[in-house]
Design a protein around this ligand. Structure first.
Ligand code: 5AD
Ligand code: SF4
Length: 474
């Protein structure tokens, strides 16, 4: 039996007030995909906490297992079904020892393929999309009551953020860095992308709710907040003054929070990189000089086919204006090779853009047809071996640029926010403004501080350095 819920009773609040403390139950969340899924997983934990659920490290000790999925590329559904096969065995083993297990599938695969999941994996109890997880307590209750699967993959009229309890703890250990979702969904409909279909239309949280969450995070020790959104710089939240605030205005307000020393935002779209945001990079030292601004391709023809709404030169121009106001700004990007219709010449235009811009970091992917997206049905699909060769060439160039960028830091003194013990005894580790991990020799009591470090060496995936003014910190 499949129960569907399409509305929420008008009286529903975030959570029913618990009359008595519920028994403690184990919750195991498996998270795939982007940082927003990491944030969502933490918030699902928040939603379930009043029901007695507490995180456990392994599925076999869990009374509830949530698989939070990603649909962005390659064989997403097969990966989900193979993981579910494994979880089914866990559920059966627990059953033989008299314990029940709720299996929930959340995230973008659940949104896109919910019915298919229930048909192929009838032992799944709950299927929920990214916009309905504030209803989890009710779904858990209904699944227990009805003994059938519950599916909720609509885009509800109410905003889940209005119904979520306050987050209890930041999403990373050490409480120094945290993700904060401020915007979700996308109206841009790039030809290749499932996000507008799985996450729904663009919507922004109100300014007051974002500021309150940021303040709570900082009060609990967070120093570095990454604002998240599928199109984070399209943010347009209602301000306390009734005006619509853009991301720049929000950043100025966040920069007023004492103790919040680092603000980042991801993922941005070149079309929404407006003058105000560029000015914010000029004015706010808290806004980190590291920007993930995906360009996808350097060919105007392919950018048009992708429905990106900008040219390669528009992108070069944005980068130039950003670097004019913030010369230490480093860029990161996403690239897709082998979009339908991409010729050798188009690919060369991408290589040229990479040479022109110079990236500190980049993620590159072979185009993967996503069911239901315009590009998937387009002619002129590019052969797999050509995609492979292009990806290899692009990744080689990007790797060289990343190494070159890291090499420029050797000999420089940079501020490092120390977040944990290092790999070796006597070491502590942190991250630079550009997100590279940095290791130094130093006492543990410095964890939590942002201190100048002279970078002395470049390791394969991190930097090594020494604390400046070492005697002061010893
Ligand atoms: N094929 C390959 N890469 C994709 N991305 C999104 N959709 C696809 C697809 N169908 C990449 C884009 C995006 C990143 C998150 O994933 O580069 O920026
Ligand atoms: Fe996908 Fe394009 Fe929207 Fe980014 S801007 S989420 S790539 S549709």
């Amino acid at each position: 039996m499949v129960l569907r819920q399409s509305g929420v009773p008008a009286t529903m609040t975030a959570l029913p007030a618990a009359a008595q403390t519920p028994p403690t139950r184990g919750l195991h969340v498996i998270t795939w995909g982007c940082q927003m899924n990491v944030y969502d997983s933490a918030r699902m934990g928040d939603v379930l906490r009043p029901l007695g659920f507490r995180p456990v490290d392994t599925p076999d000790t869990a009374d509830m297992i949530i698989l939070n999925t990603c649909h962005i590329r390659d064989r997403a559904a097969e990966k989900v079904f193979s993981e579910l096969g494994r979880l089914r065995l866990v559920k059966e083993a627990r059953k033989t020892s008299g314990q029940s297990t709720i299996i929930a599938v959340a995230g973008c695969v659940a949104q896109a393929e919910g019915e298919e999941i229930l048909a192929r994996a009838p032992y799944v109890d709950i299927v929920l999309g990214p916009q309905t997880y504030h209803r989890l307590p009710e779904m858990v209750a209904r699944a227990a009551r009805a003994g059938g699967a519950v599916i909720e993959t609509d885009f509800p009229a109410e905003q889940k953020f209005d119904f979520l309890p306050e987050s209890e703890a930041p999403q990373t250990p050490g409480n120094l860095t945290a993700f904060l979702t401020i915007q979700e969904g996308c109206d841009k409909f790039c030809s290749f992308c499932v996000v507008p279909y799985t996450r729904g239309a663009e919507n922004s949280r109100p300014v007051a709710s974002v500021l309150a969450e940021a303040q709570r995070m900082v009060a609990s020790g967070v120093r570095d907040i990454s604002l998240l959104g599928q199109n984070v710089n399209a943010y347009h939240g209602v301000g306390p003054d009734g005006d619509i605030w853009g991301l720049a205005r929000l950043a100025y307000a966040l920069a007023e929070i004492p103790g919040l020393s680092r603000i980042r935002y991801t993922t941005s779209h070149p079309r929404d990189m407006d003058d105000a945001l560029i000015a914010a990079h000029r004015d706010l030292p808290q806004l980190m000089p590291f920007l993930h601004l995906p360009v996808q391709s350097g060919s105007d023809r392919i950018l048009r086919a992708m429905n990106r709404g900008h040219t390669a030169d528009d992108y070069r121009d944005i980068v130039r204006r950003l670097r004019d106001v913030r010369p230490d700004l480093a860029l990161s990007s996403d690239f897709i090779v082998g979009h339908p219709g991409e010729t050798d010449e188009d690919f060369e235009a991408t290589m040229q853009l990479v040479r022109d811009v110079g990236f500190a970091l980049a993620y590159s992917f072979k185009y993967s047809p996503r069911p239901g997206t315009p590009a998937a049905g387009a002619g002129m699909q590019v052969a797999e071996d050509i995609k492979d060769a292009r990806l290899q060439a692009l990744q080689k160039l990007l790797r060289e640029q990343q190494d070159a960028f890291n090499a420029t830091l050797v000999g420089q003194t940079v501020p490092v926010l120390f977040t944990s013990k290092g790999r070796k005894p006597g070491q502590i580790a942190g991250r630079s403004p550009w997100l590279q991990p940095v290791h130094v020799s130093g006492p543990e009591h410095l964890i939590g501080q942002e201190l100048p470090v002279r970078i002395t060496e470049r390791l394969s995936n991190s930097l090594g350095g020494i604390l400046e003014e070492k005697k002061v910190y010893a």
